[in-house]
Design a binder for this molecule. Structure first.
Ligand code: AMP
Ligand code: MG
Length: 393
């Protein structure tokens, strides 16, 4: 039975999960790429715009003709977006639509608003200089220029840039694969009636949601009774698939601690971390796959994930770290000595207020929280207005 500080356990988990840092890259279509992390720099394969084109609906002319004082020009042709341009003849105008190629020899566009037309002639009401309303080829990005750097978390605007240069897929970091196994003979799947002594399994979907929210992929959630053979079988399936397995429940001092009973003989380290909630913790490597075992109380499970798994999964996925904030507490807070406390709180007007109680079963109360207050082990009292470290949930 090991005893550790939170920092020591973080260090143990960090060692175990080091393999997550070198996940291979893979291809994603642009439709799949949203929220993924770019694995390599992307250079533009084309000029953007690919050709010189009009920024306005108007008339393509040569500015020199206008400068010479000619304000009424014959309209020689009309060119729509998607057509190729006829060449320009000095002293004439070509009616042009936004996005249509600028005719060779023309050098500016007079917006339609600045013209009048009669009898096939256009009269320009306002003089224009060369380059006006002309979008030059490559003025957005040139062939070979850096379009997006590796590490970008692809949002809609990045996907727009990739699509505009004609790319249909891109290299992204492979998401860490997480398998979730919840344990407890009392657990029932939501939607089914509860028998005596039964509760709904919330940790399964909670851990899967935690993992997905932090860049991981979760293909299924397994639920085991407290029977070791059942757990063992589900563990084999999980380690076949996953880069990391998360388990909930069955790690403390009761009579039916299935996770501990199965994993300790495989070399698992089970013990106590000086924190509340989330004290009982286990770590094992099964067939080369790290298994993090969290206690089953729903708040303990969630806090365990946030403290131990979240930073590493985010790093593996290439997502930015969650940065702690320092906020004043609205009311005084007391905390037992010797254990780092992660209390549920809510930000309000630049301060933080405790919500729900300290009990690690208060899963509904946790839904009202948006931060964890991180109270060091040696701190027993915080007076109202003093500053506390908080972590966004
Ligand atoms: P354990 O860590 O297995 O001793 O479980 C501690 C407490 O958490 C018990 O009250 C369990 O019923 C509850 N619990 C365990 N697993 C889950 C789960 N997956 N969903 C909701 N509650 C759970
Ligand atoms: Mg249990």
């Amino acid at each position: 039975m090991t005893r550790r500080t939170v920092a020591e356990h973080i260090s143990r988990v960090t060692d175990l999960l080091h393999g997550l840092d070198s996940l291979p890259a893979c291809d994603a279509t642009l439709a799949e790429a949203l929220g993924r992390v770019l694995a390599a720099d992307v250079h533009s394969p084309v000029d953007l715009p690919p050709f010189r084109n009009s920024q306005m609906d108007g008339y393509a002319v040569d500015a020199a003709s206008l400068a010479a004082g000619t304000t009424t020009l014959p309209v020689r042709a009309t060119i729509a977006a998607g057509e190729s341009a006829p060449s320009h003849i000095a002293g004439t105008a070509i009616k042009i639509m936004t996005g249509a190629p600028i005719p060779e020899g023309a050098d500016c566009v007079v917006p339609v608003e600045d013209t009048t037309t009669a009898d096939g002639q256009v009269t320009v009401l306002r003089s224009r200089a060369a380059g006006d309303f002309v979008r030059e080829a490559g003025s957005d990005v040139h062939t070979g220029d850096l379009l997006l750097p590796a590490g970008v978390v692809l949002g809609p605007r990045h996907i727009a840039a990739l699509a505009a240069v004609g790319l249909t897929s891109t290299r992204v970091r492979r998401r860490p694969r997480v398998a979730v196994i919840t344990t407890g003979t009392e657990l029932v799947e939501g939607g089914l009636p509860l028998g005596p002594g039964q509760i709904y399994d919330s940790n399964g979907i909670t851990l899967a949601s935690c993992a997905r929210a932090n860049g991981a992929e979760v293909d299924s959630i397994a639920r085991s009774s407290d029977d070791p053979d059942t757990f063992r079988k589900l563990l084999t399936v999980a380690t076949d698939y996953a880069d990391v397995v998360l388990t909930s429940g069955g790690v403390s001092m009761g009579d039916f601690e299935v996770v501990r009973a199965v994993l300790e003989p495989l070399g698992g380290e089970f013990g106590h971390v000086a924190m509340q909630p989330g004290g009982p913790q286990g770590t094992t490597v099964v067939d080369g796959v790290p298994v993090l075992s969290f206690p089953g109380n729903p708040v303990s499970t969630l806090v365990s994930f946030e403290v131990f798994a979240r930073p590493l999964l985010r790093k593996a996925a290439g997502l930015p770290p969650i940065v702690a904030e320092e906020l004043p507490v609205v009311d005084a807070v007391t905390s037992p000595p010797g254990k780092r406390q992660f209390l549920r709180g809510r930000r309000e007007g630049g301060q933080v207020k405790l919500v729900s109680g300290p009990g690690s079963h208060l899963v509904a109360g946790m839904a009202w929280a948006d931060v964890l207050l991180d109270i060091p082990a040696e701190v027993t009292t915080l007076v109202a207005g003093s500053t506390v470290t908080v972590w966004a949930l």
